[in-house]
Design a protein around this ligand. Structure first.
Ligand code: PLP
Length: 410
């Protein structure tokens, strides 16, 4: 008899987006003439940069010819892309890696979810709250999160609230935690940490032998000079952190699928007996066993964004989204609302007025302004009383949505 992994049974159904879809559907049926503007979507809407399209066409042609055809590639990714990553994403910021420290993948979700394969099931976990749900659910699946308690929190997870009250800066824990997830620029709050704030985390990790899992999927959206783009800009981080990057939001790769993970050679973790083991070696072993590489065509597309023309085209798209973010932030502030994020990230984190719950405000905004956001409580207990809006839509829609919200709250 095959037995199931019982930890999966502990996972509550993920109803957030289906609940939202149901509520929108009900509204549409009862108000067929109203046009709803969706500012809740987490997917991009602009097409791929032209350089990527051209690179993919070229790569497809190579696949059509026996002389240039490629079969299985290296599990870790092709050198041409790894070299571009090292040169443009890190060397330009004074951080140096060897090719063996970069692992090309099919997007950050896979590796942020799978990294736990190389870590013991009973490590303690710390997350900022609210949070990208993959960090918690992937730990639940292997039993590392413990059991779900009455307050909706997992017993082996330490939640570090990030709210307007602490300016969205998670407090350094007063106890040891084995693994801490940090995501900056943050989804869902759209906030960032300064270098001194991030340094506090690196120092904590070095003092406590903690592993930081740093998700920088939104790095490309950083606009302000003093915001760190990588955790490795902080001295000592190579000894305590793994970093995840993604081309999804950077260059419209949500459907193409490509990203990468950095596992420095200096990074080690202990066995129960106290022996130090290289996490780079373990991750490489894991990838060679369970992953057969990202497609050649995809990696050629990703390489193209590092050319001068590619960087220009990527910037154009990011500028488009960040212009949306600015329009939304200013529009909401003019309407008298309290908003966060939207400066170095494509997310706006809106505080609901008068302490209304996330879901109540969601429904009011849907019915009275015909605008959709995502209830913040869906991202964790500290998201209650907030709504997430994304800047990935059409500019005209953002302008119209702000007009509607202004008229509604007048
Ligand atoms: N990390 C964060 C914080 C995200 O918000 C997302 C996607 O929304 C991902 C990772 C996953 O990105 P990818 O498309 O690279 O799998």
């Amino acid at each position: 008899m095959a037995l199931v992994n019982e930890h999966f049974l502990k996972l509550p159904g993920s109803y957030l987006f289906s609940d939202i879809a149901k509520k929108i559907n009900t509204f549409r049926i009862t108000h067929p003439k109203k046009e709803v503007i969706r500012l809740g979507i987490g997917d991009v809407t602009r097409p791929l940069p032209q350089v990527c399209i051209e690179a993919m066409h070229k790569a497809v042609d190579e696949m059509a010819d026996a002389k240039t055809f490629r079969g299985y590639g290296p599990e870790q990714g092709y050198d041409f892309l790894i070299d571009a990553v090292i040169k443009h994403d890190y060397a330009t910021r004074g951080v140096h890696f060897s090719p063996q420290e970069i692992f090309i993948n099919d997007g950050a979700k896979s590796d942020t979810g799978n990294i736990g394969d190389i870590l013991r099931h009973d490590n303690s976990v710390g997350v900022t709250d609210p949070i990208y749900p993959v960090y918690i659910d992937s730990n639940v699946m292997c039993g590392r999160a413990g059991i779900l308690e009455k307050d909706g929190k997992w017993s082996n997870v330490t939640y570090m609230p990030c709210t307007a009250e602490n300016n969205f800066i998670p407090e350094i824990p007063d106890k040891r935690i084995d693994i801490v997830y940090l995501c900056y620029p943050n989804n869902p709050t759209g906030t960032t940490l300064t270098k001194p704030e991030l340094k506090k985390w690196v120092d904590y990790a070095l003092d406590n032998d903690t592993l930081i899992l740093f998700d920088a999927a939104y790095e490309a959206f950083i606009q302000e000079d003093d915001v760190p783009h990588s955790i490795y800009e902080i001295k000592g981080a190579k000894k305590c952190a793994i970093e995840f990057r993604s081309f999804s939001k950077t260059a419209g790769f949500t459907g193409v699928r490509c990203g990468y993970t950095v596992v420095p050679k200096e990074l080690t973790a202990a066995t129960l007996e106290g022996e130090r083991i290289s996490l780079n070696k373990l991750w490489n072993r894991r990838q060679c066993t369970k992953f057969n590489g990202t497609s050649y065509i995809t990696q050629r597309a990703a390489e193209a964004i590092y050319t001068a023309e590619g960087r220009r085209q990527v910037k154009e798209t990011i500028d488009y989204y960040m212009n949306n973010a600015r329009t939304m932030k200013e529009g909401l502030e003019t309407s008298g609302l309290e908003v966060y994020g939207g400066v170095n990230a494509p997310y706006i984190w809106l505080k609901t007025p008068n302490g209304i719950s996330s879901w109540r405000f969601f429904e009011q905004m849907l019915y009275e302004a015909n605008v959709v956001g995502t209830p913040g409580v869906g991202f964790g207990p500290s998201g209650e009383g907030y709504i997430r809006l994304t800047a990935f839509g059409k500019h005209e829609d953002c302008v119209e949505a702000m007009k509607r919200i202004r008229n509604w709250l007048k």
